[in-house]
Write a protein that binds this ligand. Structure first.
Ligand SMILES: Nc1ncnc2c1ncn2[C@@H]1O[C@H](COP(=O)(O)OP(=O)(O)O)[C@@H](O)[C@H]1O
Ligand SMILES: [Mg+2]
Length: 256
């Protein structure tokens, strides 16, 4: 049985007097414990797809099955890190990351020490009592990741979690995420604009078409981890994925 099955998903937004078609007849299956990276041109509908999966947006058409059961409302099954960090400005870093456990129940000392340890692992030691406006974009993003991880869900939706980080910090964060995933084997859907990130992390890459988005291709990354970026199979896959994305980008620019 699949962990998640999306079937015939379509969605549009109202734009002035017209409809803007964003997702068109999208189908895919995610297996339990699988790490999937989603790549697609900017504005194609990736964040909208996550908002639909998380139950924030109700789709116009289509069905979603979680662990084999039909879901049509908001579910708390997911740890969702949205593209905007949505940190609460009046709460300190530690109070922001403890929101999930606080909603579920009052956080015990075990959760609090786990929070401190994750903050330290992600390079935020000493900033526990800072407020979000005292942090850089990259630091805020790491706080949002800690908050998502502390929700303790076995299914993570990560929307460009490392987008605001410089290349060095990003690569450290990718290894930390891999360590966490290796231990817990959560199911992960990760949106990224970085082909190397997708190739280094994912079991499978889903390439999305330009808007209205649907699946362009699904590519299995059959490589041992940690991945060698000099491996010829890796280099070929990278070229294949970049070529696909290039075609989708060209379709946007020739359409406009
Ligand atoms: N709430 C909304 N209302 C109207 N249009 C929206 C809304 N959210 C997203 N859009 C539009 O839908 C398209 C896809 O957006 P989004 O899912 O954020 O793309 P991506 O994450 O792939 O960059 C964009 O053209 C965006 O302007
Ligand atoms: Mg987005």
């Amino acid at each position: 049985m699949s962990k998640l099955h999306i079937r015939g998903l379509s969605h549009s937004f109202k734009k002035e007097q017209k409809r803007l078609n964003v997702i068109k007849n999208l189908d895919f299956i995610v297996d339990d414990g699988e790490f999937i990276a989603l790549l697609g041109p900017s504005g194609c509908g990736k964040s909208t797809l996550f908002n639909i999966i998380a139950g924030i947006i109700r789709p116009e058409c289509g069905a979603m099955f979680l662990n084999g059961e039909y879901v049509d409302t908001h579910t708390d099954a997911f740890g969702y890190m949205q593209q905007k960090d949505l940190l609460l400005p009046w709460r300190t870093v530690i109070k922001n990351v403890l929101i999930g456990p606080e909603i579920q129940k009052s956080p015990d000392s075990f959760v609090k020490s786990k929070a401190l340890s994750l903050l330290s692992q992600l390079g935020l030691e000493g900033f526990e009592n800072s407020y979000p406006n005292q942090l850089s974009g990259g630091m805020r993003q790491r706080v949002a990741l800690v908050r998502t991880l502390l929700c303790n869900k076995d299914f993570l939706l990560l929307d460009e979690p490392f987008g605001a980080l410089d290349a060095m910090t990003r690569s450290v964060m990718q290894s930390i995420l891999m360590d966490i995933w290796n231990k817990k084997k959560q199911t992960v859907l990760l949106i990224t604009h970085d082909v190397e990130e997708a190739l280094c992390l994912a079991d499978r890459i889903i390439v999305l078409t330009a808007r209205p988005t649907s699946i362009k291709s699904e590519i299995d990354v059959n490589l041992e981890r940690p991945r060698s970026t000099t491996d010829s199979y890796y280099i070929n896959l990278k070229k294949q994925v970049l070529d696909m994305l290039q075609l989708e980008l060209e379709s946007i620019f020739t359409m406009n």
